[in-house]
Write a protein that binds this ligand. Structure first.
Ligand code: FES
Length: 152
């Protein structure tokens, strides 16, 4: 009921906005860290949409994970400028080290791995964001060093 109430008030804040679903989903994600599938019927009713519509939008945008993220979230930039300076190697390293693919969370809930397309740090790539903090020129070794204390 708590979740439902909170979601209703988020919707209320965006009422009157055209195409409110996306801003509402962003606000839900902001608040809970993910979009719990339990909010789908609530949003459908509140915004007068079908459940399928809401579900379709959630699954279309990779941004809206449906499970809680790990304690640490690592986002690796995969856009062009970073790709050109080794983001691919970094991505491979992260996936094999953590044993998850993009969008995945380690079974112990320690780390969620995501990819992102440009972090606005193109001049000093490859760029990685860890819990909202940006790191530039990240080598695989540096990634290891950044991850080690978080994999507990
Ligand atoms: Fe990676 Fe812009 S391309 S930060």
């Amino acid at each position: 009921p708590d979740l439902e109430q909170r979601v209703r008030s988020i919707v209320a804040e965006h009422r009157g906005t055209r195409g409110a679903l996306l801003p509402v989903l962003h606000a839900v994600k902001e608040e809970f860290g993910y979009v719990d599938p339990a909010v789908i019927p609530v949003l459908a009713t509140e915004l007068n949409l079908s459940r399928a519509d809401v579900y379709g939008v959630i699954t279309f945008y990779e941004d809206f994970r449906q499970t809680p993220p790990g304690r640490t979230t690592v986002r690796i930039c995969r856009a062009e400028a970073c790709q050109a300076v080794g983001a691919g190697t970094l991505a491979d390293r992260a996936r094999s080290r953590l044993g998850v693919s993009f969008g995945g969370t380690t079974p112990d809930g320690a780390v969620t791995l995501d990819q992102v397309f440009c972090l606005g740090n193109c001049a000093t790539g490859p760029a990685v964001e860890i819990d909202g903090r940006l790191h530039g020129r990240v080598t695989p070794e540096r990634l290891d060093a950044l991850l080690a204390p978080r994999e507990a």
